[in-house]
Design a protein around this ligand. Structure first.
Ligand SMILES: C[S@@+](CC[C@H](N)C(=O)[O-])C[C@H]1O[C@@H](n2cnc3c(N)ncnc32)[C@H](O)[C@@H]1O
Length: 228
């Protein structure tokens, strides 16, 4: 492990989550936005409109992850983002580990104008799974299975798959936990949402440039929270 930053109620690790997570002990709840497994090829004449696809491929963010890291021995509840193409494989694996499993969705108000031989890229999914007693909490509105939000690509954050804050806030609204762990922290969107909700946060990110962005964003969220 090369670096640990403690920023208010957040502890951020620069390194490989498969190595670091086992050293941290039990975590309340996990929010996973790992590299998706999907094809970044193609795009035809619209490819130029999707420069983020090249960045995603260059960073290996289309290569998937080892889902055994989503362990009920460590996390009582989890939210796991994934690509449409991963649902068929991931759902039975989560159902075998957790008491209940629900598919929730983020519908983009400004999806890219592409489709080729598939549907438009207007919906992303997260699987919310929990052990008995760690069921979803929140208001009736919080418990909607979907959110409408624009894409993160206009957020100004230099990460090709940054999640918008409203999406991460929606995910956290139902998590039955005082502290959230995000082993694929990226630019720190989960951490920002957690700090704004008054939750503790543990984040792990392997890419030093993304780690620095996360540190800056989370420090700013802590500063704002402390300023009231
Ligand atoms: C889909 S992105 C997360 C984006 C994040 N939710 C955000 O809003 O910025 C996945 C992140 O996981 C990181 N990553 C990939 N493998 C990792 C590993 N073994 N340990 C820690 N981080 C990893 C990548 O560098 C990438 O930033």
């Amino acid at each position: 492990m090369s670096r640990v930053e403690v920023i208010g109620p957040a502890t951020l690790y620069l390194g490989d989550s498969y190595e670091i997570l086992p050293t941290l002990g039990d975590q309340d709840a996990g929010v996973f936005d790992p590299p998706y497994k999907f094809s970044t090829s193609g795009g035809g004449r619209f490819r130029k409109a999707r420069p983020s696809m090249d960045q995603i491929a260059a960073k290996g963010l289309d290569q998937g992850f080892d889902d055994t890291i989503v362990s009920p021995a460590r996390f009582r509840s989890v939210a796991v983002f994934c690509h449409n193409d991963q649902l068929a494989e991931l759902l039975p694996r989560m159902a075998a580990r957790y008491h209940r499993v629900v598919v929730c969705s983020w519908h983009k108000t400004n999806p890219l104008p592409v489709a080729n031989k598939h549907y438009r890229p207007d919906t992303e999914f997260w699987i919310h799974a929990w052990l008995e007693g760690a069921h979803p909490v929140g208001t009736l509105a919080d418990k909607a299975r979907w959110i409408l939000s624009e894409s993160g690509r206009f957020s100004g954050v230099a990460h090709p798959t940054v999640k918008p804050e409203p999406v991460m806030d929606k995910v956290l609204a139902t998590m039955n936990a005082a502290s959230i762990c995000d082993p694929f922290m990226g630019s720190g969107s989960t951490g920002v949402a957690a700090i704004k909700r008054g939750l503790g946060f543990t984040g792990i990110e392997v890419d030093p440039a993304y780690f620095d962005i996360a540190c800056g964003r989370i420090a700013e969220a802590v500063r704002q929270a402390e300023a009231g």
